[in-house]
Design a protein around this ligand. Structure first.
Ligand code: PAF
Length: 282
């Protein structure tokens, strides 16, 4: 497996693959890889002969008081984890490679509307950072396809919208959320949980699944379902940022006969901000 840090080296390998008529899929990550990321790589390989994994902790998607500095970084371990997967190349650029004019002077990509609520409201500027870096990675890697996890449900919708709106020639593929045996969605930020918090953390998915089941059974009092789940999580010690039932396609408020729903939640448990969702197709 190749490991490259510069644009030039990356471009050389991509050009060589293109000459052989090989397709390229990108798995964009911030490193600290876990089995959820490895699943993205596996799925990427089903869509292209070559898989690039980018590892870049993107400063522009973190707010001033967020965890950019302490975000877990483990390039050597990540290389070892990827060795036995279908990844062909790790692209691990530095900030100057991704933002040659600096982060302050960077051309930015912003998706209005879809980014205003939920994680966008809680983390102002976050999605501008995400779309900006993903657009840059698409420019550098020129992938035919890119795979993102369903755990970051709003993120994958925002990226899909960007790609559609800017006619980017990249197929966006969403990969199911990979979970621990007790239901907790895998996330690099789970490492912030204490032992006690870790034991409580699966309650988030439990609450989402139970609302998902109610919806599946025809319950349509959305605000009551949200209220009950909120209460349950608060009682367990979560600081709930949002717990909401929305249209799966665009996160708008659904009406009673909407048959494609998503239940989304974000909650703080100690130092860890957990997000998760379940999609309900009736
Ligand atoms: O989901 C992530 O890990 C990041 O938001 C992404 C897509 C790699 C952009 O930095």
């Amino acid at each position: 497996m190749l490991v490259v840090h510069s644009k030039q080296e990356l471009a050389e390998h991509i050009a060589e693959w293109r000459q052989n008529d090989e397709h390229v899929a990108l798995v964009a990550t911030m490193g600290s890889l876990h089995p959820g990321h490895l699943k993205l790589v596996e799925l990427a390989r089903e869509h292209a002969e070559r898989v690039v994994v980018s590892i870049f902790v993107n400063p522009t998607q973190f707010g001033a008081d967020e965890d950019f500095e302490k975000y877990p970084r483990s390039l050597e371990l990540d290389k070892r984890r990827l060795k036995t997967t279908a990844a062909d190349l790790i692209f691990a650029p530095d900030v100057a490679t991704v933002y040659p004019f600096g982060t302050e002077q960077a051309t930015t990509v912003s998706v209005p509307g879809l980014t205003e609520n939920f994680c966008g409201a809680a983390r102002p500027g976050h999605f501008d950072g995400v779309t900006t870096v993903v657009a840059r990675l698409f420019g550098l890697v020129q992938p035919d396809a890119a795979v993102f996890g369903q755990k970051d449900y709003q993120q994958q919708l925002v990226i899909r919208r960007m790609v559609e709106d800017l006619s980017m020639p990249v197929a966006i593929i969403t990969c199911e959320t990979i979970r621990e045996d007790d239901g907790l969605a895998l996330s690099s930020r789970n490492s912030y949980l204490s032992e006690e918090q870790r034991a409580k953390a699966p309650l988030l998915y439990e609450a989402l699944s139970s609302v998902g089941d109610e919806l599946q059974n025809g319950q349509r009092n959305f605000s009551e379902l949200e209220k009950v789940a909120n209460k349950k999580l608060l009682a367990a010690g979560f600081v709930v940022e949002y717990f909401s039932i929305r249209r799966a396609q665009n996160l708008e408020i659904p009406d009673r006969d909407c048959d494609d729903l998503v239940v989304l939640a974000a909650a703080q448990l100690g130092e860890a901000r957990l997000i998760d969702n379940v999609v309900v197709t009736v």
